[in-house]
Design a protein around this ligand. Structure first.
Ligand SMILES: [Mn+2]
Length: 314
C-alpha cells in the first residue's frame, strides 16, 4: 500500500474512490490531477490491479492519495464499485465513486457534499435507455425477490441510473454489501464491461444497482438532481471520456470534444513535475492532434483489435 497526505487542516467529508487495471493508470492519474488542479482536496482511494511502482508513485505524488493493490480478477473492475465504496480504508462519512475515465472541470466540491443521508446522488437516464424493457424489469424483480427475500411490486422509478459517479452516505454500507452480493449472484464471474445485447444485466454492475434501486425494499432514494453534469453550473462538472479506446490510448470521435481539458490536465502534470514531458502519452500532447484527428474515425476498429488481442493473450 502506498499513501501520501495533504498537509492542510480541513479535510473534506467525502472520499473519492476509483479503480482500474494498469491500462487505466493514466486515466486515474488524470482524474485525480483534475481534482487537485481545481482545488478539490478530497482524500482519494484507488484500487489498482497490476500497476507498476512508477504508476503508483505518480498518483501518490498528487497528495492525499491511497493506492491499494487488488488481486487479479477477470471480472470487469467496475464490479468492484460496491466493495471499494464500503471498504474500511474509507474514513469519511461520505464516499463518491468516480469512473477513472473522466475529469472534473472546475471545483466540484459542492457537488461532492450533501445533507441528505438517505439520498444517492447519481444520474438518471433520460429518456429511459433501450435495455429498460418490461422483460428486464421482470427479471430484476424476480432476482431481487429471490436473492434479497422480497421485492417491490412495481419499480420505484420509470428509468434506470448511470453509475459513472455515485455519491452516497456510508450509513448505506449494508446496501453496498447487498449490491456486491447481487453482482456475484446474477453476473458471471468473468463478466466484461457489457453483457450481450438483450440481457437484463446489459450494463453489468450498473444494471444490478438499478435492479436494487427499482425493486429493493431497503434502498437509498435516487436524487432528482445529479449536478455533476453541469446543469446546475455550466462551469463545474464531470466529463466522461465515453466509448473506447480512451484518450490516453487514442482519441475517438465522441471523446475528442474534451481534448482541450485533457491537454491542460496533462500539461499541469508536467508543470508540477509529476511526470516528464516525454512520459505523456502521445494523444495527450497537443502537437499530435493532427495525426489523432485523422485516426479517430478508425478508433472503434482499433478497439476491436485491442480487445481481441487481450482475449487471446490474457
Ligand atoms: Mn467510464
Amino acid at each position: 500500500m502506498a499513501e501520501t497526505r495533504l498537509n492542510e487542516n480541513i479535510i473534506p467529508s467525502t472520499t473519492v474512490v476509483t479503480a482500474g487495471d494498469s491500462a487505466y493508470a493514466w486515466g486515474a492519474l488524470m482524474l485525480v490531477s483534475s481534482m487537485r488542479r481545481n482545488g478539490m482536496r478530497h482524500p482519494v482511494l484507488v484500487w489498482a490491479m497490476d500497476w507498476n511502482e512508477e504508476q503508483k508513485r505518480r498518483i501518490c505524488a498528487l497528495g492525499g492519495v491511497t493506492v491499494q493493490d487488488i488481486a487479479k480478477t477477470r471480472q470487469c473492475l467496475a464490479c468492484q464499485k460496491p466493495r471499494i465504496m464500503g471498504c474500511d480504508a474509507v474514513k469519511t462519512d461520505w464516499v463518491c465513486w468516480v469512473d477513472a475515465d473522466g475529469l472534473f472541470v472546475g471545483d466540484c466540491s459542492e457537488w461532492l457534499s450533501s445533507d441528505d443521508v438517505d439520498e444517492m446522488r447519481i444520474k438518471r437516464c433520460n429518456p429511459p435507455p433501450p435495455d429498460f424493457t418490461p422483460e428486464t424489469l421482470a427479471t430484476w424483480k424476480s432476482d431481487v425477490a429471490r436473492f434479497r427475500g422480497s421485492a417491490l411490486e412495481e419499480s420505484r422509478y420509470p428509468t434506470r441510473v448511470q453509475s459513472g459517479v455515485i455519491l452516497l452516505n456510508r450509513k448505506w454500507r449494508p446496501f453496498l454489501a447487498a449490491w456486491d452480493a447481487q453482482i456475484n449472484s446474477v453476473l458471471p464471474p468473468d463478466v466484461e464491461i457489457l453483457m450481450k445485447k438483450g440481457s437484463a444485466y446489459y450494463q453489468t454492475d450498473e444494471s444490478v444497482l438499478a435492479s436494487l434501486l427499482c425493486f429493493g425494499v431497503d434502498a437509498p432514494r435516487v436524487s432528482e438532481q445529479y449536478k455533476f453534469d453541469g446543469k446546475v453550473d455550466r462551469s463545474r462538472y464531470y466529463l466522461h471520456f465515453g466509448y473506447n479506446p480512451k484518450p490516453w490510448q487514442m482519441w475517438n470521435t465522441y471523446a475528442m470534444r474534451f481534448r482541450e481539458e485533457a491537454y491542460r490536465t496533462a500539461e499541469w502534470l508536467v508543470e508540477k513535475g509529476v511526470v516528464k514531458a516525454g512520459d505523456v502519452p502521445l494523444p495527450l500532447r497537443r502537437g499530435w492532434w493532427p495525426l489523432f484527428r485523422m485516426l479517430a474515425p478508425a478508433a472503434p476498429w482499433v478497439w476491436r483489435v485491442m480487445k481481441l488481442k487481450r482475449r487471446i493473450f490474457r
